[in-house]
Design a protein. Sequence first.
Length: 249
Amino acid sequence: MHRFYISPENWDPRVLALRGSEAHHARDVLRMRAGEKLVLFNGCGREITAEIVDPGDDEIVLRKLHEAETPPLRCRIVLGQAIPKGKNIELIVQKAVEIGAAEIAPIISDRTIVQVDSETAAQKQSKWQQIAIEAAKQCGQNWLPRVHMPRKLGEFFSVAEGSFDLRLIGSLQPDAQHLKKILGPYSREHGNRPRSVLMLVGPEGDFTPAELALARRHGCLPITLGPIILRVETAAIYCLSILSYELLI
């Protein structure tokens, strides 16, 4: 069944309707009619199977058939992604949603090529959040990841201070460890797996030495991604896939 997003502030199981762009998509793109069934989700774990009662011009009126709740994932994984060139960030956001990231924090690094200023930051954040919504609709994810406003690394740490059990950064430095050598001792020391993890991935050319030093001062442990240098989008997917396998299953 087709899935549609209703934001938490507009979520009311007693009065169900699709409005705006979601109504347009159902009525004018998918050509859905009265009697057809669809799925609604609010991005906070709630899901409703509903039937179209009236595909009106202003809104599509629905009737609730079944309501369910999806428990949150076992670990809150936050991807801190240095903004790459081109549209690669859009692919990264999409795949991060599919793999199970809880939040995506775009980072304006010293080597970020894309121009992001105060005027364009909000526009980019809104666009990337919409990409996350579309990805969640397609992959059946009922917990919608939040895409943060783009920030420089120092600003990000000032906001995120103290909110992670484990902090990691992909690194080409010789002292970088394999992730399994970090997770094993963590579990033995704390008695369980981390419940919240920050994963920082750099831009083309990696983070600068100053940025790596800053991340280390904020508790980030450098991890190796193997002997082959990965493209930015590959590195993000690689890191999230490993963390998903180790911490979410």
